[in-house]
Design a protein around this ligand. Structure first.
Ligand SMILES: [Zn+2]
Length: 85
């Protein structure tokens, strides 16, 4: 059975979005930063935030679903989580 990769919305296109990970506290922040906004460490490096968004939840056993864009989601940053069901 062929399994297709989910289509990544334009808002998460890695060519448009950059991220920074801190070696000190492991925080991932949107944008290209030279200092961690959480702990102040300058030991940071660039990451692909789309990979982070997909891999981190998977490590906890959570599932991830990409949906078609809609206005309500756009107004909250184009991401949301269902924490309990
Ligand atoms: Zn940090």
């Amino acid at each position: 059975m062929e399994q297709l990769a989910p289509e990544v919305p334009d808002a998460l296109d890695p060519k448009r979005v950059v991220g920074t990970r801190c070696r000190g506290c492991d925080r991932v922040t949107a944008g290209c930063l030279d200092r961690c906004p959480m702990c102040g460490s300058t030991s940071v490096y660039s990451v692909d935030p789309v990979n982070e968004l997909v891999e981190r939840p998977a490590l906890t056993g959570a599932s991830l679903e990409f949906v078609e864009p809609f206005e309500e989601l756009r107004s909250v940053g184009e991401m949301a989580a269902l924490l309990r069901n």
